[in-house]
Design a protein around this ligand. Sequence first.
Ligand code: HAM
Length: 407
Amino acid sequence: MSLRAPKGTDDILPPVSRVWRRLLTTWETMAESYGYDLIMVPLFEQTEVFSRGVGESSEVVQKQMYTFEDKGGRSLTLRPEGTAGVVRAYIQAGGQGIMKVSYSGPMFRYERPQAGRRRQFYQVGLEYLGTSDPASDVEIIELGFRYLGAVGVPDVVVRLNSLGDPICRPQYTETLREWLEDRRSLLCPDSQETLDINPMRVLDCKACADVVAEAPSPVDSLCSPCEEHFAEVQAQLERAGVQYTLDPRLVRGLDYYTRTAFEYVGSALDSAQTAVGGGGRYDGLAEVLGGPATPGVGLALGIDRIVLSVPDQPEPALDVFVTNIDGRREEARGLLSDLRSKGFRADRLPDQRSLKAQFKAADRRDAQAVIVVGEEWESGQVVAKRLDDGSQDVIAYEEITTWLTSR
Ligand code: HAM
């Protein structure tokens, strides 16, 4: 039997990997332009980082973690998300002041695989630690929104809610528990169980959507500081031109959230996996992980889902493909090296292949142009051909750069 990638994992191969590269480079550029430094944390952590950080009552911790014992008898877990590890790192480094960081990499959750739901999936994310200024919530939401627009996810809407804080949440949870208790028999078996552990999570159950449609929302019970924070976030989002809708049922699947919670929803995916990203504020997380009280807000976007949502256009992988005939390989290699040193994305085939095979390769790689090093070389010229319209010129060697950039 041949060896295959594990269930729920993907090999990302060309040409689809070109879309990935574009998504990741755009991410790096945008995160940097908003002032986010790069952070890299381990792909696995002590299990406690997640069981405490993400929360024992979350589905992620209860059912989805890849937890194993290493040869030293330690319980480790492949990261199911990025936030808990980043906050652990912040605390370990001294836990002081503002830290704005971006990350990208694989996450691991044992889920039932389907399109847009993988066991190894790829997130890009941001964490903004050390302030509870609503402007930081807005900056995060805005960056995610602009990024999704820039890479071409259609019709992105931000769904926004506030989940309150340790002052107002307990009262709300009690109100909700009583409301749900009265309707216990209408809830699905899973939600009946969840109700005893974390009533708010019942709002997130797809099967119980009808039952909970009229349930009390956390926004109805906010204390005044939470209410002011939420109002300010909304006012600033409007000023920033970010389209959002209030979603009083949005609770998110991870336990660390306080106040702001949001998701990005696009139209291109089918109903089950519509969220291409999400995030929120987690002012209590650092303390839960044993650090000093530190407010924070962040987001993560799912690249696997974004790839499924953006237009399926092959990206031009190369500016130019260099070919040769009549054995002029040395000359072609020299030209290739020259073009690369000038910053063009350029390539050629190894070995001496027919011109037809070389053009075919150029096509497969979605090169925008082909240069033929042939007999014209003797008079200092090459044939230059554009692959989109088939137009062709004979140009002097010194003109190649201008010709390549002239359109
Ligand atoms: P999350 O909502 O669990 O949040 O995940 C964020 C995004 O990751 C989802 O919207 C989705 O696009 C993608 N995603 C999640 N699970 C899968 C999966 N099994 N397969 C494919 N894509 C998936 C977080 O992870 C938080 N750490 C976000 C955050 C950062 N909150 C504050 N800071």
